[in-house]
Design a protein around this ligand. Structure first.
Ligand SMILES: *[C@@H]1O[C@H](CO)[C@@H](O)[C@H](O)[C@H]1NC(C)=O
Length: 626
């Protein structure tokens, strides 16, 4: 508890919005509503099927539900189960993390609701082989994460939304419907599967980039142009038709303007009459009006500071007063938008909880009365001058990546160096892998995503900070935090400098650098790559880096040398049936990273590229493995 006195050094700090995860209960209820509508209330519920209020979709493994780490539902697949109700998009889109949604091969009827566009994370959408009808809502083209879209074998009609806007689309299957109008100008160089056969499409076929032939366009008698045998007629007749419909459009438009003008005019008349009436009762009203104004002001300012107020507490609008002039110069605030001054007394009163202590520093969690929390890293024994430290922090702050946690403020004196971060309540990757509630749902897909995101973040930071020679210096799974959107974030970037004498940059006893000490300089970056490789090994094996006498890297090397490669993988991954080839590919990337010779290690950019290729393969295969 004597550590608390360190807070005396800084007089004002920052507070942040403390968001709580949406209750699982709401998602469960939404799923049940969705199921009710989909099954028309009559689907016989097999007792082993799950989907009842007394169990949990993730831990009780409801049929067709796949969750990722942290019990977020990422996939709902109810296929070939004779559902004959309708699609309740409002309910299903309550699931914030839903990426794969399949209800293919049922007898679901009705239209695709426009609210389906609220499932923003969707990458795979399969509604094929049902009895859907009507036209697709234009809002569907806002699903810009979509990779695969299966609409085939329904009774859809009308024109297609502008799916060409979705640049990442790789599969578009719409055959066997009654779609009409022209085919949107997809980017055919990206599409891998495309079929619009047996519809009523008309007009010219867009440029297919030679990737598809007429078998993707069968049974559309009004289509014309390459690669179909039927040539398009000279462009004049369609133009005429078009201009005719254009002039109708124009008339409608003018009518609209006239209507608008009328509405506006009557509104003004209404206001004039009202104002007259108001004047009569003015005296009564003026008081309440004032109150409304103050209230909305408070609201705006608290929203601006990202601060969650528990009611209308007036002190939020009062600027911190007591003696902030002297010491505040010592605390350098980096992200102004997200904070609010805090008085010294408040700070002092706030309890600090020690989260971890290592050879090179300690980490504290500071909780304020209103439950706002900050993480503060206190660095020990770093012989860097205040000026250098400040320049370093400012340089790192200029480089922002979604998978790297920016510092919010720092303090520097001869004895003390503090760096303040937003507290991440979801803990670290280390907890996810080895913690007490070690996530049984931390599946292969999630681990690969984590690896890919971290690889990108690290490569980006290295590229931007290469000239300045600022590497991370202390990369390890306990420094990888899981943020509110369950994305991994590299924290404590650049807070450690290894000088040539240092054996290891690592505290908390995980001294993997000790295995291959390196001479500093540009190889600082290669040290990060080494440590990143160790994180990949942790993801693949689920094992701790070091426990009495056991060294993960050495162990993996020995197992691979004996050609028992499969033995290294986490049993949970094997049990889940994760694709072995891709796990081996990722293992090979990890082994390159932990090469004893820094020169032989790939750059972080090369690592990121290799992982992203594995991830693309994996994304592509989700369909076939469904
Ligand atoms: C497109 O769909 C039609 C109808 O199902 C099928 O006959 C045709 O072979 C498909 N074309 C391609 C390229 O898959």
């Amino acid at each position: 508890m004597d550590e608390i006195h360190i807070w005396v050094l800084s007089i004002s700090l920052i507070l942040l919005l403390h968001t709580t995860n949406s209750a699982d209960e709401a998602e469960k209820q939404a799923l049940l509503n969705f199921y009710q509508r989909l099954s028309n209330g009559t689907h016989p519920i097999d007792p082993d099927f799950g989907w009842n209020a007394s169990s949990d979709p993730c831990s009780d493994r409801w049929n067709g539900i796949t969750c990722n780490s942290g019990s977020f539902i990422k996939k709902v697949a109810l296929e070939g189960l004779s559902f004959n109700g309708i699609l309740d998009a409002n309910s299903i889109c309550t699931l914030n993390s839903l990426t794969v949604f399949s209800i293919q091969n049922n007898s679901i009827h009705g239209e695709i609701p426009t609210e389906l566009a609220n499932c923003k994370q969707l990458t795979h959408l399969y509604v094929n082989d049902n009895r859907f009808s009507g036209s697709l809502p234009p809002s569907l083209s806002r699903l810009n994460n979509l990779k695969r879209l299966f609409l085939s074998s329904n009774s859809f009609s009308g024109e297609l939304p502008d799916f060409a806007r979705i640049s990442g689309l790789v599969t578009f299957l719409a055959q066997n419907n009654q779609f009409r109008g022209e085919i949107p100008a997809f980017d055919f160089s990206n599409l891998q599967q495309f079929n619009v056969s047996f519809n009523n499409f008309s007009g010219p076929v867009p440029e297919l980039n030679g990737r598809f032939n007429d078998t993707s366009l069968l049974g559309n008698p009004s289509l014309c142009g390459k690669p179909l045998p039927k040539a398009c007629p000279p462009s004049s007749p369609p133009m005429k038709q078009r201009s005719k419909s254009r002039s109708v459009e124009r008339i409608l438009m003018y009518l609209g303007y006239i209507l608008l003008a009328l509405v506006f005019f009557s509104f003004i008349v209404y206001r004039i009459i009202r104002r007259k009436k108001k004047r009569e009762s003015k005296s009564n009203n003026s008081k309440t009006k004032k109150e409304v104004v103050t209230e909305s002001k408070t609201k705006a300012s608290s929203e601006y500071s990202g601060y969650k107020t528990g009611g209308s507490r007036s002190e939020f609008s009062i600027p911190s007063s007591t003696g902030s002039g002297v010491v505040s110069s010592a605390l350098v605030i980096l992200s102004k938008s997200k904070m609010r001054d805090l008085t010294f007394e408040e700070l002092l009163k706030a309890p600090a909880e020690l989260l971890g202590r290592g050879r090179y520093g300690s980490l504290y969690k500071v909780t304020f009365e209103d439950e706002t929390t900050l993480a503060v890293k206190r660095i020990k024994d770093w012989t860097i001058s205040s000026g250098d430290f400040r320049r370093r922090m400012e340089k790192v702050d200029k480089v922002r990546h979604p998978n790297v946690l920016p510092a919010m403020a720092f303090y520097c004196s001869k004895q003390e160096k503090l760096v303040v971060y937003e507290y991440q309540q979801n803990g670290s990757l280390f907890n996810f892998l080895h913690g007490t509630q070690s996530e049984k749902n931390f599946d292969w897909g999630s681990r690969l995503s984590v690896a890919a995101s971290l690889g990108e973040g690290l490569a980006f930071m290295h590229k931007e900070l290469y000239e300045d020679g600022i590497s991370h210096g202390n990369l390890k799974s306990s420094n990888i935090l899981i943020n509110n959107s369950i994305e991994p974030c590299i924290s404590e970037y650049g807070l450690m400098v290894i000088d040539n004498k240092a054996i290891s940059s690592v505290d908390h006893g995980n001294s993997y650098n000790a295995i291959c000490p390196s001479p500093g300089g540009p190889s600082l970056f290669k040290d990060d790559v080494y440590n990143f490789g160790v994180i990949l090994l942790e993801l693949l094996t689920g094992k701790l880096v070091q426990t009495n006498g056991f060294d993960l890297a050495t162990w993996v090397h020995s197992v691979v040398r004996e050609e028992w490669t499969v033995e290294v993988f986490d049993k949970a991954l094997i049990a889940e049936g994760a694709n072995e080839e891709r796990m081996v590919n990722l293992l090979q990337v990890a082994l390159k990273c932990i090469d004893p010779s820094p020169e032989a290690r790939p750059s972080s950019q090369q690592v990121a590229n290799m992982i992203s290729i594995i991830k693309e393969d994996d994304d592509r295969s989700i369909v076939s493995e469904t």
